[in-house]
Ligand binder design. Structure first.
Ligand SMILES: NC(=O)c1ccc[n+]([C@@H]2O[C@H](COP(=O)([O-])OP(=O)(O)OC[C@H]3O[C@@H](n4cnc5c(N)ncnc54)[C@H](OP(=O)(O)O)[C@@H]3O)[C@@H](O)[C@H]2O)c1
Length: 318
């Protein structure tokens, strides 16, 4: 299996991650390609159960039980993959913590966990794998983000922040990796049906919001591992016009979130400690207008940030 494709999937013990692993195995079998699937998550027993389901000719599985919140475990994942196989072809960052709760209902430790597992860990693993990918002139990084990374969603504040970080990182890396043969792609799915955290939440996703099937997301991830655009948004209905509108007119965002039924759906799952204000009322007190600066007669001129006599904030610039 020397020319087998080596693929690491995080969060492969259940939910979408185990579906991704099975999808890669099925594709390898269909295309007659050898594949080494490295599956990681915390629960070894579940990982072994997933590996046992993937008993296909030409497909070898390796299980690494590890906690992405642990620096030592992340190092062990990277070392195990690179030492066992001498390379990594595809890194699929899929593991995530996704509690649907009000930000204030999360403990400080839980917020740390979300940001470490969802954002810091994938970036730190990328840092471990990139030098060998760049040296070989090939490799792909696929980050499973979320629609919540495209627009911050209520009951998902820390989660949205972690997913948004992945998207921005991928954008920056696309420029840094140009010409290296290494690709970076980010997947932004809407609510996924049947498997994963939204399905476990037990709430019906509003029709207008729409769900996407795990098969569609797995196909997108498989394609992204082998080429394609930086960002793949996966939604039932075309969502980019709405995202563009919210970028142009940010005040539309909260209304769109309510109108699509996101707040209601996540409130039902998240059992918040207080009720969120609905409708147009924001509850924010009206503040008096800011006092005007006295007119000193000076007008800006010359370089940005300097007043005409060259002073700035009491300090003379050289
Ligand atoms: N489900 C959706 O509707 C949806 C929508 C958009 C995006 N996504 C994204 O799709 C991905 C998969 O979501 P999912 O719904 O399948 O999630 P899930 O069912 O909750 O599974 C999460 C996976 O991550 C692993 N994991 C969690 N914390 C970990 C840690 N500290 N260290 C190592 N592994 C850890 C879990 O395994 P262990 O517990 O065994 O560690 C599990 O395998 C996530 O990135 C999610 O943000 C999901």
């Amino acid at each position: 299996m020397n020319d087998a494709e080596v693929v690491l999937v995080t969060g492969a013990s259940y939910g979408l991650g185990s579906e991704i692993a099975k999808h890669f195995a099925a594709r390898a079998l269909k295309l007659g390609r050898d594949l080494v699937l490295v599956l990681t998550a915390r629960s070894e027993e579940r990982l072994r159960a997933v590996a046992a389901e993937i008993q296909l000719p030409g497909v070898r599985t390796q299980v690494i039980a590890a906690d992405l919140e642990s620096t030592e475990d992340r190092r062990r994942i990277a070392d195990t993959v690179l030492n066992s196989h001498g390379r990594i072809d595809v890194f699929i960052s899929n593991a995530a913590l996704s509690p649907f709760r009000l930000f204030e209902d999360l403990s400080v430790d839980e917020i740390d966990s979300i940001l470490i597992a969802n954002a810091l860990a994938p970036l730190s693993l990328c840092r471990s794998f990139l030098p060998s990918m760049i040296a070989r002139g090939r490799g792909a990084i696929v980050l499973n983000a979320s629609m919540a990374g495209k627009y911050g969603l209520p009951f998902n504040a820390a989660y949205s922040a972690s997913k948004g970080a992945l998207i921005l990182w991928a954008q920056a890396m696309q420029s840094e990796l140009r010409g290296t043969g290494v690709g970076v792609r980010v997947i932004c799915p809407m609510s996924i049906s049947r498997v994963g955290v939204s399905a476990r939440g037990g709430q019906k996703t509003p029709w207008i919001l729409g769900e996407v099937t795990p098969e569609r997301v797995c196909q997108a991830i498989y394609r992204a591992a082998h080429g394609g655009p930086l960002e793949v948004v996966i939604s039932k209905w075309p969502i980019r016009p709405l995202l563009a509108a919210v970028q142009l007119i940010p005040a539309l965002g909260p209304a769109a979130v309510r109108w699509l039924g996101v707040t209601k759906m996540y409130a039902a799952i998240g059992r918040p400690s207080r009720t969120l204000v609905s409708g147009r009322r924001t509850g924010e007190p009206r503040l008096p207008p800011a006092p005007r600066e006295p007119d000193t007669g000076r007008r800006p001129g010359g370089k940005i940030g300097r007043s005409i006599d060259g002073s700035e904030g009491g300090r003379t610039l050289e």
